[in-house]
Write a protein that binds this ligand. Structure first.
Ligand code: FES
Length: 123
């Protein structure tokens, strides 16, 4: 099953610097994640708002029949994008979607917001 990273491309961080109003922080993070995910097998998609606006930037990591996670409070940097993709690759390699804490990239620690169990097949 393919793991997807869903990226909110309308997130704007509170510490956003005035002057760069043309592009949201979410768009910046989406571009970095899309680049980092190339060739990994992890897929990406953008949405407008994951309802975590107060803790921008937000992403979700999901796959059919696996635990799903929402993460937030990210800065749009290359290091953050690479950590999110590395976590998603580990999610893809896991049978259940549960990645052992010791395998979490440092930059995702403290950013988990929710964990959602998968629906039962046929639900
Ligand atoms: S604008 Fe990104 S979660 Fe609402």
């Amino acid at each position: 099953m393919t793991t997807w990273i869903t990226i909110c491309d309308t997130c704007r961080r509170e510490d956003r610097k005035a002057g760069d109003m043309a592009r949201t922080d979410g768009e910046a993070l989406a571009e970095l994640i899309e680049a980092a995910a190339e060739g990994t097998g992890v897929r990406t998609r953008r949405v407008s708002c994951l309802m975590g606006c107060k803790r921008a930037c937000n992403v979700a990591v999901q796959a059919p029949e696996k635990l799903a996670y929402a993460l937030g409070g990210f800065e749009p940097t290359r290091a953050v994008a690479e950590a999110i993709v590395a976590y998603a690759v580990a999610h893809a390699e896991s049978g259940t979607g549960q990645v052992p804490f010791r395998a979490w990239p440092e930059a995702v620690k403290g950013h988990f917001v929710t964990r959602l169990p998968p629906l039962e097949p046929g639900a």
